[in-house]
Design a protein around this ligand. Structure first.
Ligand SMILES: Cc1cc2nc3c(=O)[nH]c(=O)nc-3n(C[C@H](O)[C@H](O)[C@H](O)COP(=O)(O)O)c2cc1C
Length: 386
């Protein structure tokens, strides 16, 4: 283990014995990665060895068991008022903390209307991850939600550059204030985070619905418009490796585990990736009503399957059929929009065609680790950034 800075060693606060900072992040469009870099910059003058890693990288090269002086940071965007599934999976898989220190940061989507700031809402995300860490024996020293510009450009246009700059300018001191407290050995749990939790608990059905179904449904809205050149940049840099180039000429196909992180849409050099709004309406009716009813009927007919009396069995049966119906409908759509006329129809009837795209202004695609074929220059395939 590296030697401890003598100045830190003589400090009376035990938390100043931190010698290694491990930051694990998920980031679609760079907001969360930017916050991770701010924290890293703050840690270096204190002589902490810093490692920044993508949560997906931890699947192939797991986090080692913590040693004395380790500080773990889990950083994530908020999705549907809670933690995104890959971060939940990461927290479930972390090794036992054995009393080592950790903290949790959620970036959330802030909007600016004129000069009025509308903060995001992290909901249950922070405390859910904190709870999982505590259950695994980590000492959680603080949690914080940091407002960054909203990146949900499937829903709304990105904000004007001056608004983006303003939001990011306010975010940095908040993140640094929080981290300074953690490094100084102070606990950091503010009233705001408890209010966020309370609202998140009220909105828990939305979060649960999103985790179970919503994210699969939203992932089925993406398609490439006619400007797509088939370059494959989106597939190469998908953080979860779920985007595949298929067909001739190759076009991106969004497979199962897409998290709607918005990276593909935000960084496409041709602005060719859309989230179909008119298609969303059609998909809902096609997949949820006739196709699902037909699948249910077919299942009953072919297997002699009796409608389950147990509500749980019925729920899981319907749930599986719904996912299957979504996948089948999307596969059909994906082939059909290769027809120029249909592609144009869906392109011109989605708001995203006119929306501004967003990614954190200083973040380049090469900085964001992809799980596709080519990983961004200078990055290791296990996701270690430094
Ligand atoms: C699918 C999706 C759902 C989101 N849900 C929320 C939310 O519930 N609350 C919130 O404040 N921001 C929400 N956002 C905004 C992001 O959490 C926010 O912009 C975050 O900083 C993005 O970080 P990243 O660039 O590191 O991915 C959502 C964004 C997406 C794409």
């Amino acid at each position: 283990m590296s030697t401890v800075d003598p100045i830190l060693q003589h400090s009376s606060t035990p938390a100043l014995h931190f010698v290694r900072l491990r930051l694990f992040f998920m980031s679609g469009t760079g907001n969360t990665l930017r916050v991770a870099h701010w924290l890293a910059e703050q840690a270096r003058p204190r002589r902490l060895a810093v490692e920044i890693r993508d949560v997906e990288g931890a699947r192939s090269s797991p986090l080692p068991r913590p040693e004395r002086g380790d500080l773990l940071g889990v950083l994530m965007p908020t999705h549907a008022f809670t933690a995104p599934w890959p971060v939940l999976r990461f927290a479930l898989g972390v090794p036992l903390g054995r009393g080592a220190s950790a903290f949790v940061v959620a970036t959330r989507g802030a909007l600016k209307f004129g000069h009025v700031n509308l903060p995001g809402l992290e909901g249950t995300g922070l405390y859910l991850i904190a709870l999982l860490l505590v259950l695994k024996g980590w000492r959680v020293r603080g949690v914080v939600a940091v407002d960054m510009p909203s990146n949900w450009t499937a829903c709304h246009s990105a904000q004007a550059p001056w608004k983006v700059a303003d939001i990011i300018g306010r975010a940095r001191p908040k993140a640094e204030g929080f981290f300074g407290a953690v490094l100084d050995g102070r606990l950091h749990f503010r009233l705001g985070s408890f209010i966020g939790l309370a609202l998140g608990l009220l909105l828990a059905p939305v979060s649960l619905g999103y985790l179970l179904l919503g994210r699969f449904y939203l992932a089925r809205l993406f398609f490439a418009n006619e400007d797509c050149t088939g370059c494959g940049l989106c597939a190469d840099h998908c953080p979860f490796g779920v985007l595949k180039m298929r067909g001739r000429p190759p076009r991106p196909y969004w497979t199962w585990a897409c998290e709607s992180c918005m990276r593909c849409m935000s960084f496409c050099p041709e602005r060719a990736i859309e989230a179909g709004h008119s298609w969303a309406v059609l998909l809902f009716y096609l997949a949820h009503l006739p196709l699902m009813a037909w699948l249910f009927g077919a299942l009953t007919h072919v297997t002699g399957f009796v409608t389950p009396t147990s509500p749980w069995t019925l729920f899981w049966t319907k749930y599986s059929l719904q996912l299957l119906a979504l996948a089948m409908t999307y596969a059909g759509f994906w082939w059909l929009i290769r027809l120029r006329l249909l592609n144009r129809l869906f392109t011109w009837t989605t708001g995203t065609h006119w929306y501004r795209r967003y990614h954190e202004p200083e973040t380049t695609l090469a900085e964001l680790v992809g799980k596709g074929k080519r990983v961004g220059e200078g990055r290791r395939s296990d996701g270690v950034l430094e």
